[in-house]
Design a protein around this ligand. Sequence first.
Ligand SMILES: CC(C)(COP(=O)(O)OP(=O)(O)OC[C@H]1O[C@@H](n2cnc3c(N)ncnc32)[C@H](O)[C@@H]1OP(=O)(O)O)[C@@H](O)C(=O)NCCC(=O)NCCS
Length: 168
Amino acid sequence: MSGVTIRPMRDADGPTVLALYQAGLDGGDASFEPAAPSWGVFDAGRLAAHRLVAVGPDDAVLGWVAVTAVSSRPVYAGVVEHSLYVDPAARGRGVGRTLLEALIRSTEAAGIWTIQSGVFPENEASLALHRACGFRTVGVRERVGRHAARDNRWRDVVFLERRSPVVG
Ligand SMILES: CC(C)(COP(=O)(O)OP(=O)(O)OC[C@H]1O[C@@H](n2cnc3c(N)ncnc32)[C@H](O)[C@@H]1OP(=O)(O)O)[C@@H](O)C(=O)NCCC(=O)NCCS
């Protein structure tokens, strides 16, 4: 999309990345997590090679994507789980799609074969975006957790994965 560039996330992006993370959580349909972590926790948990930000012409961060390893077992070395957050003011303009496509390129180039994610069924934008990028629904986890920020109610999670057609 015009005017938006993808580049690696830098430590200096941390405050904005965490602010966008919190804005997404505050929307109530992104994650069970109530609050964004500290930068130290974020940094320790996400693979350094696949942290990307989308920036505007002024280098302002519009969104980010990052992955965590799902297991320390060698057999799952090529399986990651991702998080994707776009500034509420920049949504619906293709930023999320640009980030997710960049993540797919980045992970495939590194030999990662599966990206997975859990999405609330109410998160129509996320479901539409992931399906458009080749993710399939593995299944729906029913009433899998209670959402503290949503009156502690039990919520389903749609479990999605994208198995790379080019890796392996
Ligand atoms: C989900 C999210 C990342 C999407 O980012 P975005 O930049 O708004 O998405 P895009 O503009 O790239 O849209 C991608 C596709 O999703 C579709 N889409 C976007 N918003 C939609 C909506 N509200 N309802 C239905 N479809 C929608 C678009 O039609 C688009 O498809 P297209 O490329 O064929 O036109 C963004 O809404 C967000 O940050 N939400 C809060 C955090 C979150 O929920 N993250 C995901 C956790 S699993």
